[in-house]
Design a protein around this ligand. Structure first.
Ligand code: HDC
Length: 677
């Protein structure tokens, strides 16, 4: 189009293309008749893969008169042609749109049409970019000296357009200046800004005026690339103002400090209890969880976890994390004073789960969570949560969640945790299982109660710095645990005792998990890799199993082992009495002993503590069988006072099986001393 309505320019371009062996057709309709333009292209080429909108007009005079025309051509024209082409591109799952802007548009009053179209089209492989070319044309010859027009050749612009149209080019939503053989990309920059209102106060223009210098100060400016990044710091202002009545603080810095220096206060947080939460479930939740961690009817062994009518229908042991996480997911963590964290930056760091009895397949469980510790890891903060889950008064399981808050370190807290992750043994694994997660693994797993949008919402995942939603850590954890259960415990949930895992790298839904396992007694060390990338994703991990049953009075060890153990118990009893009755009341212990099947003098007595196990006497146990039982407080006292022989009492049925393991730290110290004997 020229200043006069004419088809000559279009015909000339068509001729030029055809002369070079290309295929071209001219359409003389207005860009406001977008449908007609696109129809002409479809009639000629059969499809629309790429289009380049160059709705150029430049009339510097008669401004008011023509502003409406400029708007109709530039804005409405671009819109109407795009709309006409959109469905064709969407259906064929490919499209490249190049818009033309001008430097005047960019620096004067830049709109976001390219950005919006880019966002909208991304999932259909339609990319939209904008170029602001400077080239000699009929348009610019009216405002530029002729020699400059001659040297700013269109050939210096066209290659950029061609590249942006190429199916290998992934650029989307970009804005480029191009001319004379030079290309540059533009982006937004945002000042740190300033908060100009106080809690419960109206915002007023005076505050804006007073902070104007800071609002416009581009020192340490940030470069938001999308609406989520933009919103993140703005949303953080809300909590900042509400909690501290802030005025005169910049939101980006506020966002940072909300998760670092002033956001985390271990002294305030540690020891805080979350409101108890109740979790009711039946076979539906057990089955849904089993499906969520990849069980399938393809494997006949899995049926006992997937079919409530199966004679051995059971709940997977790692379901033990589900009732306890409800305590945190219900918003509990966000209510803890001293833990002002940005939930878009929360990752699961580690998990420890210990079961004191096999989980039921239905019932009501109550969980009580306490902030056990807050560690300053530099690159992040680690929040440790202890969660005890009860059925009535009976302790069913204990979890320790380790929550890693990226970017929230540096608040000056202590760094170390007592439990360093264990490396796997230095030999080839005893077993390896490879299992695929599906594209919808996270979508399925979340139905068990971890509703964190990180695992389903691409925008939320982007706020955490991920290209796409990632798999729940506890989903990979469930995969690894069931691999061990099948490989080393015949899928028998009653053999499962405890599991510890560190999440070192995210897993994407659809990737395959390779679980490597090393058996060392009843401890199975594990490491998980993503098969496609060979990256280790779970490390410092192990599952503790109970040894297979098979003990009976006939094969109990005789003599030495039992006697030594009784002496040790008696000594512990004396020490406990010295500590006073308060402590004694708190003590419920599990005693276990492990015996060989041939019944020779090879007993190994252990006392299991809440956070590990204290071995009292190391016999030459060969790991073939064990017996575990618990005692009531009264019986415990009798045992530790040496009045009751635990072996005899157990087999005569006097000791009641309870499964509670609760020992105070002070007692643990004593037991550790004895472990050295
Ligand atoms: C509200 C309810 C809350 C419930 C929480 C769970 C909700 C879920 O929905 C969330 C999820 O499931 S997220 C998915 C699973 N988790 C992941 O994918 C995380 C993967 N890990 C990582 O990316 C990095 O290890 C990363 C980013 C964690 C750490 O990497 P870096 O910053 O590079 O750390 P690095 O330099 O290697 O080490 C610094 C110190 O931190 C310790 N550390 C590293 N990884 C850790 C981890 N995973 N857990 C705990 N500590 C960890 C290091 O040991 C080091 O400390 P030190 O020097 O003292 O040893």
């Amino acid at each position: 189009m020229g200043r006069e309505k004419s088809s000559a320019a279009a015909d000339k371009v068509v001729e030029e293309i055809r002369a070079k062996g290309g295929k071209a057709v001219a359409n003389y309709d207005s860009v406001e008749d977008g449908e007609k333009l696109i129809q002409t292209a479809l009639d000629t080429f059969g499809r629309i893969g790429v289009y380049y909108i160059c709705t150029a007009m430049l009339w510097l005079s008669e401004l008011i008169l023509i502003s409406n025309l400029i708007q109709r051509v530039h804005l409405r024209g671009s819109f109407l042609v795009t709309r006409a082409a959109w469905n064709h591109m969407k259906n064929q799952k490919f499209g490249r749109i190049i818009m033309t802007a001008s430097a005047a548009g960019i620096y004067g009053n830049f709109g976001q049409a390219n950005y919006s179209a880019a966002k909208l089209g991304r999932k259909y492989n339609i990319h939209c970019n904008t170029i602001a070319p400077v080239a000699g044309s009929r348009l610019t010859e009216t405002v530029m000296p002729p020699d400059l027009v001659a040297s700013l050749k269109p050939e210096y612009v066209a290659p950029l357009v061609l590249w942006l149209c190429h199916d290998q080019c992934q650029e989307n939503g970009g804005l480029f200046e191009v001319g004379a053989g030079w290309i540059g990309k533009l982006r937004w920059e945002r000042s740190q800004g300033d908060i100009v209102r106080q809690k419960n106060q109206p915002m007023n223009p005076e505050a804006v005026r007073d902070q104007w210098e800071k609002i416009c100060d581009f020192t340490d400016a940030t470069k938001p690339t999308n609406i989520q990044e933009s919103l993140q710091s703005i949303v953080s202002v809300l909590s900042r103002v509400e909690s501290e009545g802030e005025v005169g603080a910049n939101p980006t810095a506020a966002a940072a400090s909300a998760t670092s220096t002033s956001g985390i206060n271990p002294a305030e947080a540690v020891g805080q209890k979350l409101p108890p939460s109740t979790f009711s479930f039946n076979h539906t939740q057990c089955i849904l969880y089993a499906l969520g961690v990849g069980m399938s009817t393809k494997d006949p062994d899995h049926l006992r976890f997937l079919y409530e009518g199966h004679p051995d229908f059971s709940c997977l042991p790692t379901f033990g994390v589900i009732p306890s996480q409800a305590a945190m997911m219900d918003g509990g963590l966000s209510s803890v004073p001293g833990l002002n964290i940005d939930f878009t930056q929360v990752l699961h760091g580690e998990q420890y789960l210990e079961l004191y009895k096999p989980l039921p397949t239905s019932g009501q469980l109550t969980s009580e969570a306490t902030i056990a510790d807050v560690l300053d890891k530099g690159s992040g903060a680690v929040i440790l949560l202890d969660v005890n889950t009860y059925s009535g008064n009976e302790l069913v399981c204990y979890n320790q969640f380790s929550v890693f808050v990226v970017g929230a370190g540096g608040f000056g807290g202590k760094r170390t945790s007592e439990k360093a992750p264990l490396p796997p043994p230095q030999r080839a694994p005893d077993a390896v299982v490879i299992d695929s997660t599906t594209r919808d693994q996270a979508a399925l797993y979340r139905l068990s109660g971890d509703w964190n949008p990180l695992h389903i919402d691409p925008s939320f995942a982007a706020m955490g710095g991920f290209k796409a939603p990632i798999l729940h850590g506890l989903c990979s954890f469930g995969f690894a645990a069931r691999h061990v259960l099948k490989q080393f415990a015949d899928n028998d949930p009653s053999r499962f005792k405890a599991i510890k895992v560190r999440f070192v790298k995210p897993v994407m839904p659809g990737q395959s998990l390779q679980t490597e396992m090393w058996k060392e007694g009843n401890r199975i060390h594990i490491q998980c890799k993503v098969k496609e990338t060979d990256a280790v994703v779970l490390s410092g991990a192990y599952v503790d199993l109970h040894a297979a049953s098979g003990a009976s009075p006939e094969n109990l060890p005789q003599g030495g082992g039992g006697l030594q153990s009784e002496l040790v118990f008696a000594e512990i009893g004396r020490r406990i009495k010295d500590l006073g009755s308060e402590l004694v009341k708190k003590v419920n212990a599990v005693f276990s002993w492990e015996i060989t099947k041939d019944g020779k003098n090879s007993a190994q007595w252990t006392i299991d503590l809440k956070n590990g196990s204290g071995s009292l006497h190391k016999g030459p146990y060969n790991g073939k069988a064990d017996v575990t039982f618990a005692v009531s407080d009264e019986d415990f006292m009798e045992v530790v006072q040496g009045k009751l022989n635990p072996q005899k009492a157990f087999f005569s049925g006097k000791l009641k099986v309870r499964g509670n393991i609760m020992l105070s730290q002070k007692l643990e110290v004593i037991l550790k001393d004895y472990a050295k004997l």
